[in-house]
Design a binder for this molecule. Sequence first.
Ligand SMILES: Cc1ncc(COP(=O)(O)O)c(C=O)c1O
Length: 256
Amino acid sequence: MKINLISDTVTKPTLEMLDTMMSAEVGDDVFKEDPSVNALEDKLARLFAKEAALFFPSGTMANQTAIKLHTNPGDQLICDTYAHIYNYEGGGASFNSGVSCKLIDGQRGMITADQVATAINPPDFYHSPLTSLVCIGNTTNKGGGACYDFGELQRIKTICKKHGLAYHLDGARLWNALVAKNETPEQYGDLLDTISVCLSKGLGCPVGSALVGSTELIDKALRIRKILGGGMRQAGWPQRRPMPWITILSDWQKTI
Ligand SMILES: Cc1ncc(COP(=O)(O)O)c(C=O)c1O
């Protein structure tokens, strides 16, 4: 058997998953009437102990929506030099939100609270862009799957709070970090303002990501998703899962 290790994005649904999809109940998700998508969003919100979640066709769109939510044109966000939002989202941060990125040279894509603190522009110095958002990634893609020490993430949160910055996690592969570090989604939900997660990578769904956050943020995200063309109709088919995802991922990790 050949195994393609180029990326976990080449994963395909199992026969069991395909079978479950065939019997999925669907509706028009643009009217929020797809029961499978609604159930998925409820489940994710509960998993992260957040108020709400919104399904997206891609991780890129979920991240771009988060950037738009937390910034105004002209602002600056802080991220690692390796960040996916900076390197691999087509310059979307500047195109969609009109923001620049202050890049930090971290370790394998991971930044520290001290680095964040030094990267913040003084808010009263109006010549510099206003810093409004910190974006982290866990695990890191370009960093070769490195995952954060949770204590560092908490220290970054303290800096964000002190300076009134929003805190977003690109959690495309957060599932892997949770398993590797024996952490829980609730810990992350408690820490971050928004988290994007991908279902289409190690979990094997054919398509899809989600953004979790407060009801207020997710209500706004629905409008942004619409503007970006991300409202899909019978979106529930590819999302039906026969088993809880974390169990699948953790079982799968035990086999490699
Ligand atoms: C870390 C990270 N974030 C976001 C994405 C974007 O996901 P998508 O390909 O679904 O747009 C990827 C895709 O590989 C990724 O590796």
